[in-house]
Structures are given as C-alpha cells and as structure tokens.
Design a protein around this ligand. Structure first.
Ligand code: ZN
Length: 353
C-alpha cells in the first residue's frame, strides 16, 4: 500500500535528531516549571500508537481517500489507552497540566484516568450520548455512533445525531456528541468549546501535541494564544500552518516525546500503570453535575464580561472574529446592537470575550 503513494510535501513527516529533541525538551520543561496555567492540546497523533488511524498523516484516512483508497477506521472502543495517554494523565495528576483540550473523539483520555473536569473534548466523544432537553449525559462502553448511524439511514436530511436510546430522565431521544465539520453553527454540544476557550484565555503556556492544526477551532486556539504573546509549543511530525508562531517547535513522534518530557520533569512514568477505566454510573453522576455547573458559570461569566466592555472593545472583538472566522460586512456601532451581535455569535460558536 505504501509503495503506491507519492507523498505531497504537506504530508511528509520529519523527525528532529535526538540531541535536538532533548535540548528543546529541556527548554520546554523549564517553561512548564515557570508557568501557572499550562494547557495541553491533543490531536490524532496522540492516538495513532493505540492503533487509531489519523486523518492527514501519510497513511491517514483522508490522505488515503484522496488516493482513492477507502480505509476502515478502527473502532476506538476496541482499543486501549497507551503509555502516551498515561504520560498525559500523570502530567495532569502531578499538576503540570491544568487543562487538556482534545480533538480526539476516541474517549481514551477519559479512560486513561483524566477527570472529566480536566478535559474539553472539542469534537465530542464516541462513548457519550446526551439528552438535548435536560442535558443529562450517559457514558456507554460501546460506540454510540453505531446506533446513530442506523438512524441516519432512515433520514434524508443528512447527518443526524439521534441515537436509538431514550433519556432516563425525560424520555427524549438521546443524541451522540460528535461534532462534524458542518455542525458548528447549530450543534447543541458547544459546551466543551466554551470551557476550552476559558482555559485558553487563562493559559500562560500552550502545548500542542499531534495535530496538523488544519481544522477549526484548533487553528483558532493556537492563533489566539500567540496573539496574546504567550508561548505556543508544537510537537508534530508534519509541518503545520502555525509553525512560525511556535516558541518551540519539535518534530517527533508523540510516543517518543512524552516519556522524554516526563523524565526531564521528574515525573515517574516507569511505575505508572496504563489505566483503562470502565466509566459507569460514577461518571454519569459526575458529568450531570458538571454540565449544570459549567453552563451556569459560562453564561454568568460571558454576560458579566460583555457588560464591562466598552464600545471600542466590542468592535475589537468583532474585528477579531472577522479575522478568525467569517466576514462582517457592516456593523451598526450602537452599543446595544454590538452587544447583541457579540451575544448572538457567542451563542453557537466559540468566541473570545
Ligand atoms: Zn433528558
């Protein structure tokens, strides 16, 4: 299979010499020790060693598809967290990482022991289904997309999120939480984006692992942190469009990089078992509480922040939006209209307020 594919330049992978990697890791460890709110962002490159195919790597799902090769994505519920996931768990547990943001939907971070309060899964989680009415979430040890895929075939409007199960609380049909490319404008599952946004605002060091930073909102996060003049560190074998923004840029496999970083920080990975939690009732109870608390906090915080802003600041927010997301042709500069415009845009999409 590999011999028949000629790799375009943007697909090529690069590996730094080991002495360079170690030098950069020493610099990164120093940065981590001197930071108060480190946020880590993970992409598909973190899960490839678990046997889950990435999308844009040399043999990624989309790369192969462009070559006319339809590959079958592995079911993540049949895989296990890796030593890389365990390393990230330890870094969180030891307090080096304050919050984890992930593009991955495979559920492996949660299964490795990361508390649900410490992670924002931007694109959802294949193990979780959620009630669109009362917000109750349910963890399933199977892949909930299998049931929603069956429902999809019965609809003509394209991708639907409904699964075949009903909410135990209000009997409504549950939905999967997976966010697709075209879902951002209307998906009800925006909460992780808002939480991730809040941590990104607080962060003084942003470490990106295994992401090509092609898709929204991963690219916006990196750009936003760089605009705030906080250090961005990118670890990925492929080049990314944001490499020039990186304070430290490391070309390495994630499974090679993480043990070296742990060793440099004195984090004991050798005696750390790779955990694979069965998340059951305890997870369910925890996430219900979390949903309600986070939603209330976010609404309160956003409203208070907007009230504090001047007309000029609101204009700046909209201008940033213009750069980061989509054009705004004409803006009525009256204050209330500006606030309404910002609130409207906040409601369904990630937003910096
Ligand atoms: Zn419900």
């Amino acid at each position: 299979m590999s011999a028949s594919i000629k790799l375009p330049d943007d697909i090529k992978e690069y590996i730094d010499p080991i002495d360079q990697v170690q030098k950069k890791i020493r610099k990164l460890a120093e940065l981590i020790r001197n930071s108060n709110h480190v946020v880590m962002f993970t992409g598909a490159g973190v899960s490839t060693s678990a046997g889950i195919q990435d999308f844009r790597g040399p043999y990624g799902y989309l790369t192969l598809l462009k070559e006319g090769i339809q590959s079958t994505l592995a079911d993540p519920t049949r895989t296990r967290p890796t030593r890389g996931h365990a390393a990230i768990y330890k870094l969180c547990e030891d307090g080096y990482i304050k919050h984890l943001i992930s593009q991955n939907t495979d559920g492996l971070h949660l299964r490795s022991g990361i508390p649900v309060t410490s992670i924002s899964e931007l694109h959802g989680n294949i193990n979780i289904e959620k009630c669109p009415v009362c917000d109750r979430s349910y963890w399933r040890n199977s892949n909930v997309l299998k049931s929603s895929a069956e429902v999809k075939e019965t609809h003509e409007q394209g991708r639907r999120h409904e699964t075949v199960r009903q909410c135990e609380n209000c009997d409504r049909v549950l939905q999967d939480t997976i966010i697709n490319c075209f879902d951002h404008a209307e998906s009800p599952h925006q909460q992780p984006l808002i939480v991730a946004q809040n941590h990104t605002k607080l962060c003084d060091l942003y470490i990106i692992l295994g992401s090509s930073l092609i898709v929204y909102p991963a690219n916006c996060f990196a750009q936003y942190v760089a605009i705030r003049q906080k250090p961005v560190v990118i670890v990925n074998c492929q080049k990314t469009p944001y490499d020039d923004l990186a304070y430290i840029r490391i070309f390495a496999k994630i499974e090679d990089f993480l043990p070296l970083l742990c060793r440099e920080l004195g984090v004991d990975l050798i005696n750390t078992e790779v955990t694979d939690l069965e998340l059951d009732q305890s997870f369910k109870d925890m996430i219900i509480t979390l949903n309600a608390t986070k939603k209330l906090d976010c609404v309160k915080e956003r409203t208070a922040q907007l009230r504090m802003k001047s007309e000029h600041e609101l204009m700046q927010i909209l201008t940033e939006r213009f750069i980061l997301y989509k054009p705004i042709d004409r803006i009525d500069v009256r204050r209330e209209h500006l606030i309404n415009t910002v609130v409207k845009k906040c409601r369904n999409t990630i937003y910096w307020v």
